[in-house]
Design a protein around this ligand. Structure first.
Ligand SMILES: Cc1ncc(COP(=O)(O)O)c(C=O)c1O
Length: 395
């Protein structure tokens, strides 16, 4: 007879036969094997299966594959996905899977602040240099590639955070290929519903799934997606060894969000366009950054590579930093929070938050001024959002 203590510690999972309708959360660090032979077969790749959750887990892998299918929707070949512990770990894991000491990253000068700091402050210490240039200018990019054979990665973000400047993905992908340079695109702002970089020739897509893919502001995770088997294997090797794995709970929350991605992105996009048009006609607003506006410098390329223009916009007010901060404090519907892509409207002052550690000359040069306000437009009633901005801009 089994003793009392043994019943307490046993899992009792052997007789679980029902098929769950919803993805279960596998809260387990390891997986048990039927036999030593099965252990060997799974470890050596002869048989599919899980061993240890840092290497992969049914919850995490199911969601990673879903994102891979979405990013590869019109690619007609196998696409691989991996989830990571955050968007930053997706970026650092993907980049370190490609680069080694002495090599160089070529990138645009208007990236998300955290990515700029990663490249400038961390990678630099490990002998990986970064060249920042205006990647909207293809001849500048070509010159850099021509003059610097150490460039092995072209890293892009489009639309960029927070000025919504877009780069031409198809042209940059083919240019990079000519020089044997790998390409990574941060597709966080668009999600694969609005833009699919792999179909435009890009090698790897990374995401902060914390944002629109989750959509509800309740998990931190990232994703790396590629159709290149060799790059996938390299990223998986780096991921499991550096330990930047996602956890099952955050993957599960992400999966819940993914189910309503299309509904949310349609509404984010239509609300943001309406708000951008309203702000564009406001006397207190100097400039609106929304690539859906015909007067935005990236409108033509955005119309080609994006199906809608998304939920992100920023605007520069006719005033100083104190005025910008006052407007943010006056907003009642929009919440002042340092994230984006949630279902509700969020407001942020980039100069004192997301871009605080970016050199002020560098950020001013790309339009991230002290008087710039960023909005992540939610799915509320558009009338309430306009009314909220109207009262905040009146003083
Ligand atoms: C465009 C972009 N990429 C990456 C990140 C980093 O994502 P995470 O906070 O999930 O690490 C952010 C964060 O705001 C972002 O805006």
């Amino acid at each position: 007879m089994t003793s009392f203590e043994t019943i307490c510690v046993s899992e009792g999972t052997k007789n679980l036969k029902s098929v769950p309708h919803q993805l279960p959360i596998y809260a387990t660090s390891s997986f048990a094997f039927e036999s030593v032979q099965e252990t060997i077969d799974i470890f050596t790749g002869v048989k599919d299966g899980h061993t240890y959750s840092r290497y992969g887990n049914p919850t995490i892998d199911t969601v990673a594959q879903k994102i891979a299918k979405l990013e590869g929707f019109d690619l007609h070949k196998e696409v691989h996905g991996l989830l990571t512990s955050s968007g930053m770990s997706a970026i650092s894991t993907a980049a370190t899977s490609i680069l080694k000491v002495g090599e160089t990253i070529l990138t645009q000068n208007n990236l998300y602040g955290g990515t700029t700091v990663l490249f400038q402050n961390i990678f630099d210490r490990f002998g990986i240099k970064t060249i920042f240039c205006d990647c909207t200018d293809l001849s500048l990019v070509r010159n850099q590639l021509e003059q610097n054979p150490s460039i092995k990665l072209l890293y892009l973000e489009t639309p960029s955070n927070p000025t919504m400047s877009c780069v031409n993905l198809a042209s940059l992908a083919s240019l990079a290929k000519n020089y044997g340079v790998k390409t990574i695109v941060d597709n966080t702002f668009c999600t694969p519903y609005l833009q699919r970089p792999l179909s435009l020739g890009i090698d790897i897509v990374v995401h902060s799934t914390t944002k629109f893919l989750n959509g509800h502001g309740n998990s931190i995770s990232g994703a790396m997606v590629t159709a290149d088997e060799t790059l996938h294997k390299a990223m998986w090797g780096t991921l499991k060894t550096m330990g930047s794995t996602c956890n099952a709970w955050d993957a599960w929350l992400l999966n819940n969000g993914l189910k309503t991605l299309v509904l949310r992105m349609d509404k984010h996009s239509s609300n943001a366009l309406a708000l951008a048009q309203y702000l564009d006609n406001h006397s207190r607003v100097k400039k609106v950054n929304y690539c859906g506006l015909k007067n935005h410098e990236s409108h033509t390329i955005a119309s080609k590579q994006m199906s809608q223009f998304g939920g992100m916009l920023s605007f520069d007010i006719d005033g100083n930093m104190q005025d910008a901060l006052k407007i943010i404090d006056k907003l009642k519907v929009a919440t002042n929070a340092p994230t984006l892509g949630d279902i509700d409207t969020l407001v942020l002052h980039p100069a004192t938050t997301s871009h605080l550690h970016v050199d002020s000359n560098a950020r001013n040069a790309v339009g991230i001024t002290d008087s710039l306000i960023r909005l992540s437009v939610g799915v509320e009633h558009i009338g309430d959002l306009i009314e909220d901005l109207e009262q905040a801009l009146t003083f």
